[in-house]
Design a protein around this ligand. Structure first.
Ligand code: PLP
Length: 431
C-alpha cells in the first residue's frame, strides 16, 4: 500500500518557493545571490494599515468570525468592486479568503468535475495548472504568445473552447508577462464566451494585480462586459497592490449568493475564517485615502525600474524583452542566448525522461543562479503544458534599481560565458 493518495502526484507547486531552497544552498556555499525571482513587492504595508490591525487586536478582534468575512469588510469590498467595475455587488456575493490563492482551488473544487475541461493561460500563474490536474480535470492551456504582445486573444480562446469546457481562467494584469488586457480585448473575449459557451460555464478572472498599472493605465474586468457579471468570479486581494503578501488577505465576488455560499463552505472546511484583525486592516486599506498615495509611489517606482530594466535587457545580445503594462514582472525571450550558450543543443541530446524534467530555459535559470549568482524563473515555472519550444525567463521588478543593475550585469556575464555554461551543464547533467 502506498503512503500517499494517487491524486497527490497530480499536485504541482510554485517554483518561487522551491527556488528558495536552491538559493539557500548557494548562499551556504558562500555565494551572494541577487534575487530577481520574487513575486512580492519590496515595500512594506503602510503604517495606517498596520495601525488598524494593531488597534483591532487591542480591541479583542482576535476570535473566530463570519467564515464569509466580516460584514463590515465585505460591504467595503462590494462598494469598491461595484464602483471600479460599474456593477451593483452586494456583500452577500463576497467571500474573504486568506490571500488570492485559495479561491483558485475553491473554484476548481466548486465548479469542475473530473474530465471537465479547464482553460487557463500558458504561461500563467502555476497554481492554475496545479489545481486543474489535482482535481482530475482536463488541462487546456490557452496560448499566450509573444507574437500577440502576450495578449490572450479572442481567436486563441475560440480555438480551445469545446462543449466540455467548464471553467475559463483569465488573468490581467498578468503574471508572468505583465500584459494588461484592454477593454476592447476583453470585450472580444466576452463575445467568444457568450456565443460559444452555455450559462453554466464560469470565468475565473484573477485581477490580483489590478492596482499595479503603468503609463496611466486603467484596470478593466471582463465582469463589466454585457452579460458577463452572471458568469464571472472576480478574484482579487491585498497582497500585491497594498504590499500585504504576508497578511494573507484576498476576496472573491461570486456571480450568485448560492455560489458565494459554496465558497464560504469551503472556507469553513479549510480555514474557518480569515483573522478579523487582518480583515479590519484590509478595510482600512480600501477606505483610507492615504492608501492611494502609497500605491501610487510603489507603482511609480516599479514603472521607473521597468523602463530601465527593459532597455538594459534589450541591450544584451541574445535577449529580447517586451515592455509590460502592469504587475511587476518582465518576461524576456532568451532563445538565442540558449542557442549561443549551447543549451539548446545539449538539451536536444538529453534522454527524453531528462528532457521532460528540465527545459532549456530551466537549464539557463540554474546556470545563472549557480554560476553567476542571479535568481530568475524559467518559462516552465508558469505551467509546463504548452511550454514546448518556448524559452523565457521571468524577472521581478520588486527589487531596488541598484540590485536590478547588479542582476543584469550578472545575466550579461552569464550569457557571454559559453565555456562556463558547458562546464556547468556537463556537471549538472551527469549527476
Ligand atoms: N494570482 C496571481 C496571478 C498571482 O501572481 C498570485 C501571487 O503570486 C496570486 C494569485 C496569489 O496571491 P496571494 O499571495 O494573495 O495568495
Amino acid at each position: 500500500m502506498a503512503i500517499f493518495a494517487k491524486r497527490l502526484a497530480q499536485l504541482g507547486t510554485e517554483n518561487a518557493f522551491r527556488l528558495g531552497a536552491d538559493i539557500t544552498r548557494c548562499v551556504d556555499r558562500g555565494m551572494d545571490v541577487v534575487r530577481l525571482h520574487l513575486g512580492e513587492p519590496d515595500f512594506d504595508s503602510a503604517p495606517h494599515i498596520n495601525e488598524a490591525a494593531i488597534e483591532a487586536i487591542r480591541a479583542g478582534q482576535t476570535h473566530y468570525c463570519d467564515p464569509a468575512g466580516l460584514p463590515a469588510f465585505r460591504d467595503v469590498i462590494a462598494e469598491y468592486v461595484s464602483r471600479t467595475r460599474g456593477l451593483a455587488v452586494h456583500r452577500d456575493r463576497v467571500v474573504v479568503t486568506p490571500g488570492g490563492k485559495p479561491s483558485i482551488g475553491y473554484a476548481l473544487q466548486a465548479y469542475v468535475d473530473p474530465g471537465d475541461e479547464v482553460i487557463y493561460p500558458s504561461p500563467g500563474f502555476p497554481i492554475y495548472e496545479s489545481w486543474v490536474t489535482y482535481v482530475g480535470a482536463q488541462p487546456v492551456p490557452l496560448p499566450v504568445l509573444e507574437d500577440d504582445g502576450f495578449a490572450v486573444t479572442a481567436e486563441n480562446l475560440a480555438r480551445v473552447i469545446t462543449d466540455r469546457t467548464k471553467l475559463i481562467i483569465l488573468n490581467s494584469p498578468a503574471n508572468p508577462t505583465g500584459r494588461v488586457l484592454t477593454k476592447t480585448e476583453l470585450s472580444a473575449l466576452a463575445d467568444v464566451i457568450r456565443t460559444r459557451t452555455g450559462p453554466d460555464v464560469r470565468v475565473y478572472s484573477d485581477e490580483i494585480y489590478e492596482h499595479i498599472l503603468f503609463d496611466g493605465g486603467v484596470h478593466h474586468s471582463i465582469a463589466s462586459e454585457p452579460g458577463m457579471e452572471a458568469r464571472t468570479i472576480i478574484a482579487s486581494g491585498h497582497s500585491k497592490g497594498f504590499a500585504m503578501t504576508g497578511w494573507r488577505l484576498g476576496y472573491s465576488v461570486l456571480p450568485s449568493v448560492e455560489e458565494a455560499a459554496a465558497f464560504k463552505q469551503l472556507n469553513v472546511n479549510v480555514v474557518s475564517c480569515v483573522p478579523p484583525f487582518v480583515q479590519l486592516a484590509g478595510r482600512e486599506a480600501l477606505t483610507n485615502p492615504e492608501s492611494a498615495t502609497g500605491v501610487a509611489n510603489m507603482v511609480s517606482a516599479f514603472e521607473a525600474r521597468r523602463d530601465w530594466l527593459v532597455a538594459a535587457l534589450n541591450d544584451i545580445p541574445g535577449l529580447r524583452c517586451l515592455s509590460p503594462q502592469g504587475a511587476f514582472y518582465v518576461f524576456p525571450n532568451v532563445e538565442s542566448a540558449c542557442a549561443s550558450l549551447g543549451i539548446l543543443d545539449t538539451w536536444d541530446r538529453l534522454p527524453s525522461a531528462r528532457r521532460r524534467a528540465v527545459s532549456p530555459s530551466g537549464l539557463l535559470q540554474h546556470f545563472l543562479l549557480q554560476r553567476h549568482g542571479v535568481a530568475t524563473m524559467d518559462r516552465n515555472s508558469f505551467g509546463s503544458m504548452g511550454a514546448g519550444g518556448q524559452h523565457y525567463l521571468r524577472l521581478s521588478l520588486a527589487t531596488s534599481l541598484e540590485l536590478l543593475r547588479e542582476g543584469v550585469e550578472r545575466i550579461k556575464r552569464g550569457v557571454q560565458d559559453p565555456d562556463g555554461c558547458q562546464q556547468f551543464l556537463t556537471g549538472a547533467l551527469t549527476q
